[in-house]
Each structure stands twice: as C-alpha cells, then as structure tokens.
Design a protein around this ligand. Structure first.
Ligand code: K1U
Ligand code: ZN
Length: 169
C-alpha cells in the first residue's frame, strides 16, 4: 500500500471531470486500497480519486468512529434527493478551512461496488453530506465554490502562500 499526495486548492487538477470506470479490475482495487490508506492517515472521512490526481469516478468514505466501515463508490450517481440540511464541511484539499454548506438532507444513490455489482442505497445526515461533497469532487467542484467570491479569494490566497512551494499544490 502507499500514501498518495493530496492536491491542494486551487490546484487546477481539482477541476478535472472524472471519467466513468468501464470495468472494475485489480487496477481500481489497488487504487482504492491506497486511497483508503491516504484517507485514514490524513485523517479524513472521505476522499475522491480526483483529489489524488486520478481522473476516475471512484470515492472512499468512512464516517464511523471506529474507522472500520469503509464504503467504496465507483461511478456513483444520485438518483433522488429530498429536503435540505446545513453542515459545517471541511476538505482535505482545502486544509484548515471549515464552512457551512447547504445540501440535500436525504439522497438515494447508486454505484458499483468493488466486485462491479450495482448497489442502490438511501441515506441522510452526515453520510448524505459526504457522498454529495465527494461526487462534487468527481465533477471538478470544491466546497469553497458554494462560498462568496470574497471568502473564496481569501482562502485561495492563503493556501497559495502556504503551499506554493509544495509538490501537492
Ligand atoms: O473530500 C474530502 O476532502 C474529505 C472531507 C470529507 C467531508 C468532511 C465533512 C463534510 C463533508 C465532507 C474530510 O474528511 S475533511 C476532514 C474531516 O471532516 C474529519 C477529519 C477527522 C475526523 C473527522 C472528520
Ligand atoms: Zn473535499
């Protein structure tokens, strides 16, 4: 296994729109292992392949306290949503920045699991927030895009200053 470098906002590669996975192979399974290790080490509760520079529609999530409930989503798609919730979000690609974002309260989503099997799941609360946040990454969107231009510019300048000589930025 290997720890992967996480891209830092405003790295332009965070704007990549990830490609669907045709077939789930050992290549994807190895990537998932490395993404999970990277997420747990960060630590975080989610990670999208785009954040580690891989343009594939793959996400790992674990919102459990014990850190032993890994959810792997390949080609995830939200097929129904209902209600609204506000949650103070963070992002491993936007270090030390937290801000309230409004998203759907309940979602039904489908995805392929690591065996390539189609799964449909309904959820709400933090898991719903996390799935929406990570799918945004696959579509080149970062949570700061929901903030005002003034706040976003402030964050961009701060992170450019801190990370400009860093290989992950
Ligand atoms: O996508 C990411 O960068 C991961 C992000 C997921 C996320 C968090 C909160 C709301 C929506 C999506 C994170 O994991 S940020 C770090 C974090 O939330 C956390 C870290 C350690 C323990 C608990 C939470
Ligand atoms: Zn994020």
């Amino acid at each position: 296994m290997a720890l992967l470098d996480i891209l830092v906002y405003p790295n332009p590669r965070l704007r990549d729109i990830a490609q669907e996975v045709d077939t789930v192979t050992d290549v994807e399974r190895e990537l998932v292992k490395n993404m999970a290790e990277t997420m747990y080490a960060a630590p975080g509760i989610g990670l999208a392949a785009v954040q580690v520079g891989v343009s594939k529609r793959i996400i790992v999530i674990d919102i459990s306290d014990s850190g032993d409930d890994l959810l792997v989503l390949i080609n995830p798609k939200i097929i129904e949503h209902d209600g609204m919730q506000v949650y103070e979000e963070g992002c491993l690609s936007v270090p030390e920045v937290y801000a309230e974002v409004t998203r759907a309260e309940e979602i039904t989503f489908e995805y392929l699991d690591l065996d390539g099997k189609l799964v449909t799941q309904t959820t709400d609360g933090l898991l719903a927030v996390c799935v929406q946040h990570e799918i945004d990454h696959l579509d080149g969107k970062v949570f700061v895009d929901y903030l005002s231009r003034i706040k976003r510019d402030r964050i961009r300048k701060k992170l450019l200053k801190i990370y400009k000589n860093d290989s992950t930025s």
